[in-house]
Design a protein around this ligand. Sequence first.
Ligand SMILES: Cc1cc2nc3c(=O)[nH]c(=O)nc-3n(C[C@H](O)[C@H](O)[C@H](O)COP(=O)(O)OP(=O)(O)OC[C@H]3O[C@@H](n4cnc5c(N)ncnc54)[C@H](O)[C@@H]3O)c2cc1C
Length: 810
Amino acid sequence: MKTHVQVVVIGGGLVGCSILYHLTKLGWTEVVLVERSELTSGSTWHAAAGIHGLHDNNNISRLQYYTMKLYKELEAETGQSCGIHQPGSIYLACTGDRVHQLRIQAAKAHAFDAEFYEISATEIRELHPLMEIDDVKCAMFEPLGGYVDPAGVTHAYAHGARQRGAEIYRFTAVLETSQCADGTWDVVTEKGLIHADIVVNAAGLWAREVAKLAGFELPLMLMEHQYFVTETIPAIASLDRELPSVADRDKEYYLRQEGQGLLVGAYEKAGRFWAEEGTPLDFGHELLQEDLERISDHVMSACDRLPVLAEAGIKKVINGPMIWSPDASALVGPVRGLKNYFVCNGIIPGFSQSAGLGLTLAQWIVEGEPQWDMFAWDVTRFGTWASKSFTQARVLDTYSSRFRIHFPNEERMVGRPLKTRPVYGVQQSMGAVFGLSYGWEHPQWFAKEGMKQMDEFSFERPRWFDVMGEETRAVRTSVGVIDTSNFAKYEITGPKALQWLDRIVANHVPREDGRICLTPLLSLRGGLAGDFTVARLRHDRLIMIGSGIAEDYHRRLFDKYLPEDGIKFASVTAQMTGFNVAGPNSRIVLERLTGESFSNAAFPFMRNKVMMINGYEALLFRLSFTGDLGYEIYVNEINQLDLYRSILEQGQDLGIRPVGSRALGSMRIEKGYGSWGREYSPEWYPIESGMAGLVKTDKPEFAGREIYLQMKDQPPRQQLCHFAIETKPGSTGADAWGGEPIFKQGQYVGRVTSGSYSFTCQTSVALGYVDTVHATAAGGEFEVAILGLPHKAILLDEPLFDPKGEKLRR
Ligand SMILES: Cc1cc2nc3c(=O)[nH]c(=O)nc-3n(C[C@H](O)[C@H](O)[C@H](O)COP(=O)(O)OP(=O)(O)OC[C@H]3O[C@@H](n4cnc5c(N)ncnc54)[C@H](O)[C@@H]3O)c2cc1C
């Protein structure tokens, strides 16, 4: 056994072996995998191992396709069979919303050259003659769909990794992991100590226990999951080919051919937790007590679909544990607060994602960050706010509606409220419908009297569409107040605070007290790791505002630069609460509130001031994400309620109204402002996103400077563009949301990052990245696939709202 290595991967399931394989593929050979038993001894060995490509998230789809395609290469490379069966998969839609979902996915498939297309009833019958389809409204076919052999795939990864120099130690449990002073790790195993630069937790069902060895917790819960395999079915045995898999997602079961019978699995409503307090260390190749009664409703639905199933005998039942995160997506990446420790856990469709996960994690380790924006998998999306009770509630809900359709703006109520701010009750009494923002309740829109105070989601324009219009008009014509407490806020203090931050962010940190700047933070590859507002209060006190959902993600990046003498970097998100008072009359409200002048001369654009309001200190910024005249006001949370009431009182005669974040989203899109996680992500370079002007190469030092200098004169791959889109008028229409493909004369040329309806300009609008060759033809016609159907889109050379920035400076 090696005693000094670059990486120790803990766990020899499907995922650990894929990580090991991809590390060697990227050239690292001093890498080992440690497995407490035989390979596949967690949930891998008993999986149904179905594979599919499409996901609502484009980059996850991309990596699922990479996975499906890799299995054949892996077989060829290693000689180890992966047991690949690809008879294709048929996806059925029996409701209008499912039709929309499938058509949206089929359109998105163009983004990664994937085959996923609509088929007629005749084609369904040809592909699957045993299926009843009278209730089917639409069906898609994915030729690469099917299943693999769990042990075959795992051993193929292991074989491929060994061929390139990796070593695997079986029957060697990891007992302890302790961090050394230099950030490396001592990994204590049953058979001795391995000293590693980097540790990867790929311990599957035992991910929580292995995390605890390093002193942290993961938001994961285990659920029992059942499928069964039938005896031979004569109608199947007589076929000369294998039947495609069937995804009948409205009924929450999956079904495919297995041998000459069928395999059926289901996600029951009354899901059952397993090993809530910890996975037994001696569990391995056992199964859990079968109980088909629990999934009988789903089985009945499957029998209605495939009547031959009703007559088949059952050959075997599998009830095995699966480990889930609160949103059913994997928890991947470096753990904040620990050096050189990575996780890759909570994986549900492991056989569809194994290669994508392995590649992502290997890139993160070897190259410093993944190639694609993988925030949807990033472990930092759950902070410590994701408590055990929240995780439990969410996992149960997610399990029991595994195939539920995810709509634009979707919010789920279970497990909430977790964290509320002092204005919560008042906002609620004013009609606020809340969403979850990094653990906090945050107003999305304000229901009017007589309206149901709750969300109802739809692919078409939602029930709150008209309210969103009224909230927007309040801002554009008079004044609105928007809660901005959900932004992440950081305070940087100390004599060297300014110099320190200036060496990290790409723009100049303001050179005078009282000024504000916007600045990108560049990633290792030169992409946009963040976009921040930095306010210089004094030379030794800065306030930085960033994306709320990315707080842990950004703190992980800033942690790399700490600790340094004379600098204190602290999150003040909880104690610093704020509002944006925006619109042409916002100045009047602020003057009444403070008794001070807010004229352009007294308080110019992009400045900050500390003022007293009602006897407490408030920090004011002159800027607004609405793109209109506006001011952000921040106070300590104990003063938040008083401030809110005072703002509303002072604006009452001006028709002030509370405005939610959905209206804010519409306003920032019509103004053309990008948002982190949408237009701005590590995947996009500043020269592509319009941020190049904020990268100051005259600075001797900032994160990503060298890579930026190398690439700044290269032609951008794609460019961020503004579109006006022709859609149906009124509440029956639909707008782009994000992820929709953009076509030019039928050819895929890019994708939408955000879309909405512009109430100010009375048109549907979108932001999106388009191949550079097409990005400069203002007035040019494109097609955006909304609900999977082409809609005419005109490329604009500037944002529709206030392109010259006169309103925000008025
Ligand atoms: C009934 C069922 C059906 C499924 N069907 C499908 C399907 O159709 N398609 C699909 O894609 N997915 C399916 N899955 C999910 C799939 O099985 C998982 O996504 C996948 O197996 C996860 O693999 P893993 O490597 O992350 O974890 P595991 O397979 O749990 O591997 C973890 C490994 O870590 C080892 N380990 C743990 N602790 C230590 C330690 N301290 N020291 C050393 N080693 C340790 C364990 O022994 C184990 O071998 C199914 C799961 C179940 C339960």
